[in-house]
Ligand binder design. Structure first.
Ligand code: FDA
Length: 295
């Protein structure tokens, strides 16, 4: 459903979708996103702001994405909100011109560095994994305030993690959100989960500050057990979760004294993001249906 332009047109116009999106998306403009971050901060969470959008088709749109992220960083700074930013390279023109994409991202990394802030490069689907790692590697060699995401459902990820550790890269580990072919990815949840636990241990043993991004109680328990066993401090890593998802668990972990960063998406292009969250958890469709019938 996330790839269907017609459905997207209908849904983004429909009031029910907007209401539904609000559960998972902070709003369409920067001030709403900053409000959401500040509310999270008051409860003890840090955040990472994501301006929704991907696969832009013009260079102008790619530069506009870069401008928007700079405005978001400035708004974070002006409001003293505790948040970094996460971005997707296809929103910065990766599929149009790799060099120009890198320059667009570099502008954001430089602005973040001036403000003592941090930029996380999200990982998209496998056709762009190599290019994403190439751009990240170039930037990481110049700047230390940039990090990357890796996905435990891909067979290649353990090797990628070893390469990224050579760069002393800060990584976010997630399971992966895209539909990938069986030749390159685990198809059974149990295999993706087992790989997640294996990779989590490699990351947390590295002594570098990483993000453990998951809502899966099994992955979270395995992480808690490992840090206890290895005497890794709660300030040596952070858990990360998505805005509006498993808020019960988010609150619980904060109360237990763990660090928790919430990924806060905002912007006009929320449709694909919302569809990915629906696909992960069909029960969310019930939430949508309730909103339709309410009316
Ligand atoms: P899993 O999907 O196995 O779910 C475990 C449990 O979590 C479920 O039983 C349910 O309780 C809960 N849950 C999970 N998804 C839910 C949902 N949508 N609604 C309600 N409950 C849900 N992916 C990617 O490819 N590139 C990226 O850059 C990122 N970035 C990223 C940042 C952060 C902070 C997070 C938390 C996640 C990502 N992801 C991502 C998404 C990630 O790859 C994955 O698709 C989702 O996190 C779901 O996987 P879980 O680890 O939560 O486990």
């Amino acid at each position: 459903m996330s790839d269907q332009p017609k459905l997207q047109q209908i849904a983004t116009k429909a009031e029910f979708s907007r209401r539904t999106a609000h559960r998972f998306v902070a709003g369409e403009e920067i001030p709403e996103a900053i409000d959401a971050v500040r509310q999270l901060n008051q409860k003890g969470f840090t955040a990472t702001l994501d301006n929704l959008g991907e696969f832009v088709s013009t260079k102008e749109a790619a530069v506009a994405a870069s401008d928007e992220y700079i405005r978001a960083l400035d708004a974070i700074q002006a409001s003293s909100a505790d948040s970094n930013v996460s971005l997707k390279l296809t929103q910065f023109g990766l599929l149009l011109d790799e060099g120009a994409c890198e320059q667009n991202v570099e502008r954001v990394v430089v602005r973040a560095r001036e403000q003592n802030n941090f930029v996380r490069i999200d990982m998209e689907n496998s056709p762009v994994t190599d290019a994403t790692l190439r751009i990240f590697t170039n930037l990481r060699k110049k700047y230390d305030n940039v990090g990357i995401v890796l996905q435990s459902y891909l067979f290649r990820t353990e090797k990628d993690i070893q390469d990224m550790l050579q760069l002393k890269a800060r990584m976010r580990l997630c399971k992966g959100a895209y539909k990938e072919p069986p030749e390159i990815s685990f198809k059974k949840k149990a295999d993706t989960d087992a790989n997640y636990v294996k990779l989590m241990k490699i990351l947390l043993k590295s002594g570098i500050y990483h993000g453990i991004a998951t809502h899966d109680p099994g992955m979270i328990q395995a992480t808690k057990d490992f840090v206890t066993q290895e005497r890794i401090g709660r300030d040596q890593f952070e858990f990360q979760m998505l805005y509006g998802i498993r808020r019960d668990l988010q609150n619980h972990l904060i109360k237990e004294g763990y660090r928790m960063r919430i990924y806060v998406p905002y912007g006009h292009e929320w449709y694909s993001y919302l569809m990915r969250r629906m696909a992960e958890r069909p029960a969310n469709l019930l939430f949508v249906a309730r909103n339709i019938f309410r009316g």
